[in-house]
Write a protein that binds this ligand. Structure first.
Ligand code: ZN
Length: 406
């Protein structure tokens, strides 16, 4: 069986490669270098803009509003994601992120927390980052207060024109100025993600906002034009499929590829019994679908509706389901030294250790749900959602586990 995603907002393909964010490979002990720049004890953060003439055709006011939008995206995303509240044995800690108010300074000064450098690098910075001609964007923390756990830094976005334009044949001529400026919107959102302690995700199985090659991809000639109307919220969150599994996508199922190695296996490791080697014949009859078909899945507010040939084919109500993460990875950590004065009562053994505070959910399972076919048949199923909210629907049929019924 092969499945092809035929319609979704997730058409950017993934790529696995190392992309820099000022960090380097190797066995570093990062210490507090990976900490979020601000924790909730910091109530207000200032930022300023410095815009070089060759940066783009976008006005400074518009750039400022796009920066605000990107901060807003993270405030919403973090408010819908629960952090751990522990450091060592101490519980009840406020480890929420992006709780600050972000205030624009009319001019950059030495007290400004985040400096957005649109198309501009100082001579010192060029010396510090010798590969700056390959740099399209980056977030660099330039200082960190180990007592109050707050950082300062810059976010650099390369210009479209002039000597700092990155040398790359695949880079769009005007990635920022073009159309609705989505490439810049996405890039700003990615870079601000680093401010909150998210690292580049090098090995994600699916494309997401913090993928290491995200910025390189969204600024490519063909991508800039393809994603003109796309909203940032349609890109999979680094925390995985959102808690409500909200997504709209369609996929095409081609069942004529038995023996390709992609046949789903049952719990005993054998291919399930079926006329076409895919699903049991009796189950295929119940589902009543042709050999090849396209299904569209839309999940909103705990209701999934599945359509086939433009008509409702089945639905699932997730309200009574039992859900659980079946795979997650660490996403954000904080590392404290004994100088910190933000948290009380931290035990000595909890210092000089990275504490994971946010996790990225790669896969979630909803069990105890029912697939209600429009012909009235009800099939008990379980649904696995991957990071993109792609659903994989399974069932137990005559004692055999079928992991994927479509
Ligand atoms: Zn990055």
């Amino acid at each position: 069986m092969k499945k092809f995603l035929v319609s979704s907002l997730l058409s950017l393909s993934t790529g696995l490669a190392y992309g820099g964010n000022g960090s380097s490979g190797g066995g570093n002990i990062y210490g507090n270098q990976l900490n979020p720049w601000f924790l909730s004890n910091t109530k207000s953060v200032t930022y300023c803009l410095e815009v070089a003439p060759g940066f783009s055709d976008i006005s400074e006011e518009k750039l400022a509003s796009m920066v605000d939008e990107a901060f807003g995206y993270w405030a919403r995303t973090f408010s819908g994601t629960t952090p751990y509240e522990y450091i060592g044995e101490v519980s009840g800690l406020d480890l929420r992120l992006a709780t600050q108010t972000f205030v624009r300074d009319a001019a950059c000064s030495s007290t400004t927390d985040i400096k957005f450098q649109f198309g501009y690098l100082s001579e010192d910075q060029k010396v510090s980052w010798p590969n700056y001609r390959q740099l399209i964007a980056g977030a660099f923390r330039t200082s960190y207060d180990e007592v109050r756990l707050r950082g300062k830094g810059i976010i650099y976005i390369a210009p479209e024109r002039g000597p700092l334009r990155p040398r790359s044949r695949t880079l769009h001529a005007k990635p920022w100025s073009y159309g609705t400026h989505n490439a810049l919107r996405f890039t700003l959102t990615h870079e601000i993600g680093h401010v909150f302690g998210l690292q580049d995700d090098h090995y994600s199985s699916s494309f997401n906002l913090m993928s290491s090659r995200f910025v390189e991809k969204v600024t490519r000639i063909e991508q800039v034009e393809a994603h003109e109307d796309r909203e940032v919220k349609s890109i999979p969150s680094p925390f995985g499929c959102n808690n409500d599994f909200e997504a709209e996508l369609g996929y095409e199922v081609e069942t004529g590829t038995v023996g390709s190695g992609e046949v789903s296996k049952n719990s005993a490791g054998r291919p399930p019994l079926a006329s076409d080697g895919r699903i049991p014949e009796g189950l295929a009859k119940i589902l009543g679908l042709p050999k090849d078909y396209i299904l569209r899945f839309k999940t909103i507010k705990k209701q999934m509706s599945i359509t086939f040939e433009g008509r409702e084919y089945a639905k699932i109500n997730f309200t009574p389901s039992v859900t659980g993460e079946i795979q997650s990875d660490e996403a954000i950590s904080i590392y404290l030294t004994t100088k910190q004065a933000v948290f009380q009562g931290i035990a000595p053994e909890s210092y000089d250790i990275a504490h994971e505070i946010y996790f990225s959910v790669r896969q979630t399972r909803a069990s105890n749900v029912v697939l209600e076919l429009s012909n009235g048949y009800q099939l008990p199923v379980f649904v696995n959602f991957d990071q993109r909210c792609w659903p994989e629907i399974g069932t137990v049929y005559e004692g055999e586990v079928v992991f994927s019924i479509f």
